[in-house]
Design a protein around this ligand. Structure first.
Ligand SMILES: *Cc1c(COP(=O)(O)O)cnc(C)c1O
Length: 860
């Protein structure tokens, strides 16, 4: 029989232990081992059974044990100390509090969050990154207020069928059994937000608050009695269901998220956010809701758009056009038009924001870029790929000038780094994590100390893997009698390679199987054996991905190799942590450049693991030749099969000839000196870069605070500057067809120009109805390619001179001939306004109709 309703009855703690409840409710425990120690002490056996989930622990511990603890003075003192420590953590000024004019609060929107295995609200990298973002923000005192959805079934948990096929399970979560608090008003009633849906339906949602250290995370939950059955199911699963379902989720996240923030700030006195950060397109509707707010306060759509853009940051995570979030255009029209439209926000304007090449589609990424003055990708290479991918939104501009920057992802060390290693680092190099410099001090730590911890972490992985393997085989129908071999599966002394990630095809889970015999030889090498630990979930609708998992499982099932290669089901944060800590080598072989950043390799590096990876995402940027290995990519090879063959062969060669040689090359003391050299170099060269703290500082300094400054500038004097800026944009856009570069003349170009000389440029520009102050006229110069195109040119502002009666303006300037070889220049006109973030902001540009000038010949 099935229950019609379920909920979790919470334990009532004895008054003496009230502080323990506070500690459980703040997720800081998930990265604070001392607090975890305290939980373990409540009931060590139970703590293991509930897999280190403190809410479950308090739910299951016996009242007798609680009473015993309530009388244990030593335990009570430890609880009080931990609670004091948390209070201090919550209020002490941090890095952010030293910044002048910083944003009062920043809203952060993400469809998923990976905070702790006990709060399974993530599917992969995007969510884990969001979780690390919040934790690092908390550590640095960055006042983020985060918003997401509470998925009743989270993402699925994975097991295997006897045939090695992925099975998905969706256990129901009770909010009451999670470290969450329902947001209630002063009368004690749950706060609810409402969204109107077409056909007179209403979507209601309540708001759960997860406290992530200093950062409140608001999670919207549509499973409330006011909703019809379909509306209740809006937050049933992460990335489940069809397009309609996804649209409703994204509306709830974006529009509902802003409403939840307003309600939360009003109720708690939390400062209103000045900056809104959209983590990937899914949350993009938040910009529309903010436009609605402002237009209802009597601004025009254009004025509101400027005000909103100024304070919005959009991060794109997808380097593949097929991965972009799109909706059928008529679905958006149905939602925001007709009887359900917002009176002050015309549906045509909304449709225009998401318009893309395909007239039938509404593109969330494109809308994200049009609604945000600041846009970034998540690694240097991904920034480049994104500029190329979205350059059509800024026609006429060189791809280098497309206003999409990049901030490379990072990972939260206290979440991912093995405790022993954190403690060693803390002892030897205090406050290492707070510093970008000084990591060289790691070189002074004796090799043996680090090697010993590496061994401990590897052994922990081997033990954990055996337990998981046994559980998996039992689920696949094996009896204990058949599983004796698992006691010897994997070897704590053998070189261990890890591969764990979601299983979209570009990540090429099965590349290592390309030559199964060669792989088996590597695994079974009598002198230099290798073992491989693999994990990953395929999206439930991805049959291809499930086939790849099955191929791996079938290979690993073979009796002759099963002690050296294992597939561990249900990749989650707990398994991820075990693996990134215990593996010696972290393998990543995506199809370049489809991995936007990747973060698991960073986690491995911080644990003293060595990366063995295709140069993609973050690894393209920070691989330096000796901090790991780069698998040569054959990305120029068109035939995918041949490309796989080439890259797989290179991978086997590297493992055979370099990786295992180094690992097994031992000194008389048993230490692999050359290996440790690389480990230490990895820690010192990558350590400070891959930290989420570095990432957060980059976001604050280059995006959040400039966005806050822009937002303030536009909202001053009751938004007068926003109105003026919007009027300027309309005027300039209208007048732009009249702007032309009519004539460019160069003096000082000799027949044999030499480096170090300079050219004088004189340009005549027709401004039409614009004033000289509305534009910038610039020389664009530098190296030219085979088709006279300027390659990574430099820009130099030309000086305005006289203006003729007919509106022709004269400009002059000097172009230095600063490099040898093919050199060229041209002149361009772009709109200029102090409140624009970049020259490309309006997407308007004028260049000479004929290419203006090439110095004749080649510079010497
Ligand atoms: C770190 C992590 C990811 C993301 O790793 P990638 O390298 O970006 O694939 C995904 N899932 C889990 C559980 C993780 O810990």
């Amino acid at each position: 029989m099935r229950a019609i309703r379920r909920f979790t009855v919470r334990t009532v703690l004895p008054a003496e232990l009230a502080a323990l409840g506070e500690l459980v409710q703040n997720l800081r425990w998930s990265w604070h081992p001392e607090t975890m120690d305290l939980f373990a002490e409540v009931d060590p056996g139970l703590w293991e059974q509930v897999r280190h989930d403190p809410v479950a622990l308090l739910g299951a511990v016996t009242p007798a044990r609680l009473n015993e603890l309530a009388g244990d003075r030593r335990f009570l003192r430890r609880v009080a100390d931990a609670a004091d420590d948390l209070r201090e953590y919550m209020t002490a000024p941090r890095w952010y509090q030293t910044l002048p004019d910083a944003a009062r609060a920043i809203a952060y929107f993400s469809p998923e969050y990976g905070i702790a295995a006990a709060l399974p609200q993530y599917s992969g990298g995007l969510g884990i990154l969001a979780g690390d973002h919040l934790k690092a923000a908390s550590d640095l005192g960055v006042p983020i207020l985060a918003v997401g959805l509470l998925y009743r079934h989270g993402y699925f948990t994975q097991s295997l069928s006897p045939e090695g096929w992925q099975l998905e399970h969706y256990p129901a979560l009770d909010a009451g059994g999670l470290p969450l608090t329902l947001l209630k008003d002063d009368e004690g009633a749950p706060v609810k937000i409402r969204l109107s849906l077409p056909e007179n339906r209403v979507l209601h949602a309540q708001i759960w608050v997860a406290q992530v250290g200093r950062v409140p995370l608001l999670l919207l939950d549509s499973d409330v009695a006011d909703n019809d059955a379909a509306a209740r199911d809006v937050t049933d699963r992460l990335y489940g269901g069809g397009t309609d379902h996804r649209l409703n989720q994204e509306l709830l996240l974006g529009v509902g998220g802003v409403r939840a923030i307003r309600a939360y700030c009003k109720l708690t006195g939390h400062p209103e956010p000045e900056v809104f950060h959209t983590n990937e397109g899914h949350a993009g509707f938040l910009g529309l809701e903010r436009i609605r707010e402002l237009t209802e306060a009597r601004m025009s759509f254009d004025e509101a758009l400027e005000a909103v853009r100024a304070g919005t940051v959009f991060t794109t995570h997808t380097p593949v056009p097929a991965g972009i979030d799109r909706f059928p255009r008529d679905m958006i029209e149905r939602h925001f038009g007709g009887a359900n439209s917002w009176p002050t926000v015309p549906v045509e304007r909304i449709l225009a924001l998401g318009a893309e090449d395909d007239p039938g589609r509404f593109n969330m990424a494109v809308m994200g870029m049009r609604l945000a003055q600041r846009v970034n990708g998540v690694s240097h290479l991904h920034g480049e790929v994104s500029r190329e991918m979205f350059k059509n939104l800024w026609p006429g501009f060189d791809v280098d000038e497309v206003p999409i920057g990049s901030i490379t992802n990072g990972v939260h060390a206290p979440t991912w780094v093995g405790r022993e290693l954190m403690e060693l680092a803390g002892r030897e190099v205090p406050s290492l994590l707070e510093r970008a410099r000084g990591w060289d001090a790691i070189q002074k730590i004796p090799d043996g100390d680090i090697w010993k911890i590496r061994g401990t972490l590897r052994r922990r992985l081997v033990n954990g893997a055996r337990a998981r393997l046994r559980r998996s085989w039992r689920e696949r129908g094996a009896s204990d009698a058949e599983l004796g071999w698992i006691d010897d599966a994997l070897d704590p002394e053998v070189l261990t390679i890890g591969f764990a990630r979601r299983v979209p095809s570009y990540k090429r889970l099965t590349l290592m199987l390309r030559d199964p015999r060669r792989l088996a030889r590597l695994l079974l090498d009598p002198d230099k054996p290798v073992q491989i630990v693999i994990a990953g979930k395929a999206h439930p609708a991805d049959e291809g991905g499930k086939k790849l998992i099955q191929q791996i499982v079938k290979f690993a099932d073979q009796e002759k190799v099963r002690h050296r290669i294992v597939f561990l089901p249900d990749y989650d944060m707990a398994l991820g942590r075990l693996m990134v800590q215990g593996c010696d080598v972290w393998l990543n072989n995506p199809l370049r450049p489809l991995e936007a950043s990747g973060t698991s390799g960073m986690k491995s590096a911080l644990n003293g693991g060595l990366n063995l990876s295709i140069r993609d995402g973050w690894w393209d940027e920070w691989y330096d030749g000796t901090n790991g290995w780069s698998i040569p990519t054959a990305d120029g090879v068109g035939d995918p099969d041949r490309r796989d063959a080439l890259e797989a062969a290179a991978l086997y060669d590297l493992i055979e000839n370099e990786v295992s040689d180094r690992f097994y090359d031992r000194g008389v003391d048993g230490l692999p000196r050359r290996w440790m050299e690389m480990v230490k170099h990895t820690l010192t060269s990558l350590g400070p870069k891959v930290l989420a703290g570095r990432m957060l500082r980059d976001y604050v300094v280059t995006l959040y605070n400039p966005a806050a400054a822009s937002a303030r500038a536009l909202s001053a004097d009751a938004y007068a500057p926003a109105r003026a800026f919007a009027a300027w944009r309309v005027r300039v856009t209208r007048a732009w067809p009249g702007v032309r570069v009519e004539h460019v003349e160069a003096t000082g170009v000799s027949d044999t120009p030499e480096v170090g000389a300079a050219i004088e440029l004189h340009a005549t520009v027709a401004l039409g109805d614009l004033e000289p102050g509305d534009v910038r006229v610039e020389a664009v110069y530098g190296k030219v390619g085979p088709h006279d195109e300027l390659v990574h040119p430099a820009y130099e502002r030309l000086t305005p001179g006289s203006v003729d009666d007919d509106g022709r303006a004269h400009y002059t300037g000097t172009v230095p001939l600063d490099r040898t070889g093919a050199f060229g220049y041209t002149v361009r006109v772009v709109p200029y306004h102090p409140l624009a973030a970049t020259s490309a902001e309006l997407g308007l540009i004028a260049v000479p109709e004929e290419p203006a000038g090439m110095t004749n010949g080649t510079l010497r």
